[in-house]
Design a protein around this ligand. Structure first.
Ligand SMILES: Cc1cc2nc3c(=O)[nH]c(=O)nc-3n(C[C@H](O)[C@H](O)[C@H](O)COP(=O)(O)O)c2cc1C
Length: 203
């Protein structure tokens, strides 16, 4: 099949996101300007560079008055956030934290998670998660939106500190099979990373 994205695909659901798989989940914690913790998952998330280490996540606006997600507004206002590793063991909590709730609601409490202080930023991290990246906000990129009432924006941050729980380090390497990261597929589907193989690059 072929379709132009300006037209309808003719399928029961859009296939777009099911072709960009698996997507890692950036489980973003931040603080509001009033100091209320916020936590939400974003699968439009990835790393951007090694030196300095940078990450991005994209907020696709809701129909709130300003068309923005709380995470984007918080990060821009406070200049900080944390990426928490979403694992298979934390599936239900990750999902619970995606509920659309007012900015005053603390999603750590909503999802039954423990907010642990970070080392270098004020935003707390998810104590139950085996890895965290503390980030400083670098820049926001405003993207086009087909619905002017809803903003699409990419938030870029520099990773300034990384926590890794000792039990996922084996001989100094992160053992992905130990913490089993969750990843997003299309539709309402997910996968878990549990198969690994090594491939060396050609010299
Ligand atoms: C696995 C998963 C991935 C998600 N990825 C995104 C995403 O990439 N961009 C987005 O805008 N919303 C995404 N969402 C929805 C947000 O998590 C949800 O809108 C959340 O309420 C936003 O919270 P906030 O307003 O506190 O930032 C995702 C939800 C789930 C469960």
């Amino acid at each position: 099949m072929f379709y132009e994205t300006k037209d309808h695909h003719g399928l029961p659901h859009s296939p777009f996101k099911s072709l960009i798989v698996p997507r890692p989940i950036g489980w973003i914690s931040s603080l509001s300007v009033d100091g209320i913790p916020n936590l939400a998952p974003f699968s439009f998330f990835n790393g951007l560079s090694d030196s300095p280490p940078m990450v991005m996540f994209a907020c696709n606006g809701p129909s709130s008055p300003d068309g923005r997600k709380d995470s984007a507004a918080n990060v821009e206002a406070t200049g900080e956030f944390v990426v928490n590793m979403a694992t298979e063991a934390l599936t239900d909590q990750m999902n619970a934290s995606s509920a659309t709730v007012p900015n005053e609601v603390n999603e750590f409490e909503l999802a039954g998670l423990t907010a642990e202080p970070s080392e270098l930023v004020k935003a707390p991290r998810v104590a139950e998660s085996p890895a965290h990246m503390e980030c400083k906000f670098l820049k926001k990129v405003d993207l086009p939106s087909n619905d002017p009432g809803k903003r699409n924006e990419m938030i870029i941050g520099e990773v300034i500190g990384i926590h890794i729980r000792d039990d996922v380090l084996v001989d100094g390497l992160v053992d992905v099979t130990k913490f089993r990261p969750l990843a997003r597929l299309g539709y309402m589907q997910y996968t878990v990373v549990d198969k690994v193989f090594t491939l060396n690059r050609p010299t």
